[in-house]
Design a protein around this ligand. Structure first.
Ligand code: BEZ
Ligand code: FE
Length: 329
């Protein structure tokens, strides 16, 4: 593209009042209506934020230094920007927008920064946590569709901390994955494994996000939970977690992930489970039936909700490739 041929507004004598429309105009030459819309709304909100707060130069510099530090602490196994998005409620908000759920299905929640792609594929019944200090747990689950039909062959990623509240990747001497695994549901949609009872733990708080929480006088704890992620062609990807009822942080999760439908009561294994799964008497038992939404149904719901939400804001939009763009025709 020859820059001299691109039509741009005359960018001179810009003021508090007219800078926004001019920045939007110069950003509008790109051919993607969706990217154009995102940039237009981003610039509008950023500029309004500065105007509404009368943001000072030193405050903006402090913001830039904070974002710089957030980037600088990121490594292959530490994602401080996800953490920032989590503690600002943005991760949960985006998941709720992008993966709307009909009432009969399992709700989603925050992914967090500790999912990895190197977990071992384990057969049903195997043990996914080798922490000798962990309290033994038997997990028996099913995965079905909204009509109650079993979903066989779903790929399920599962991960949890050890009994000290740390994920394997938080241990500098991590030799191989632990406290995580991948399973596939069987022909009846069942999957089962041994694990440990989840414990509450603090999100990483030795970086800029931890400093921000402190300044906000917020704690950094997450209630006890186990993560689950489901993938199967034809179904909406589900990222979720199950939370233990009665946890001290049940109603004050640092990253806003708890939903009533995801809170569970643990039981204790009975004679039948002890024999069938080879677990010891007194082992805790987690049972849960997950429900996935079909891809088409999820897409339809997402589009309907997008239209409704934007109409409420007084915006005329059309849906292109599943996402809203201004309807200017
Ligand atoms: C987690 O549950 O693994 C998590 C989620 C958000 C921030 C930090 C950790
Ligand atoms: Fe977690």
């Amino acid at each position: 593209m020859d820059p001299s041929q691109v039509k741009i507004p005359e960018l001179k004598n810009l003021t508090i009042e007219n800078i926004t429309e001019n920045v939007i105009k110069i950003n509008s030459n790109n051919p993607s209506p969706r990217f154009k819309y995102i940039l237009e709304r981003l610039v509008t909100h950023l500029h309004d934020f500065a105007r509404e707060t009368r943001l000072s130069t030193s405050e903006w510099m402090a913001g830039i230094q904070f974002l710089t530090a957030t980037g600088q602490i990121c490594t292959d196994v530490r994602q401080e920007f996800i953490l920032l998005s989590d503690i600002l409620g943005l991760s949960l908000l985006i998941d709720s927008i992008d993966h709307p759920k009909p009432p009969s299905s399992t709700e989603g929640t925050v992914l967090g920064p500790f999912h990895t792609h190197d977990a071992n594929d384990l057969p049903h019944g195997d043990n996914m946590s080798h922490d000798p200090a962990g309290e033994p747990l038997l997990v028996l689950c099913t995965v079905k569709d909204v009509s109650g039909a079993p979903i066989p062959g779903a790929k399920i990623d599962i991960w949890e901390t050890d009994s000290s509240g740390k994920y394997d990747v938080q241990h500098a001497d991590r030799a191989e994955p632990d406290g995580r695994c991948v399973m596939r549901s069987d022909t009846d949609g069942n999957f089962w494994f041994k694990a440990i009872v989840p414990v509450p733990y603090p999100i990483p708080n030795d970086g800029p996000v931890g400093q921000l929480l402190q300044r906000l006088q917020r704690h950094c704890w997450r209630p006890s939970h186990m993560h689950f992620m489901f993938e199967k062609p034809g179904y909406d990807h589900l990222i979720t977690a199950l939370y233990l009822r009665g946890d001290p942080y049940e109603t004050s999760d640092a990253v806003f992930g708890v939903k009533e439908s995801l809170i569970i009561d643990l039981g204790v294994v009975g004679k039948e489970e002890i024999e069938k799964y080879g677990v010891k008497e007194g082992t805790k038992l987690l049972k849960y039936d997950f429900v996935l939404v079909g891809e088409e149904e999820s897409k339809k719901l997402r589009e309907e909700r997008s239209k409704e939400a934007l109409e409420k804001l007084g915006r005329r939009v059309k849906i292109v490739e599943g996402l809203p763009v201004p309807d200017v025709d």
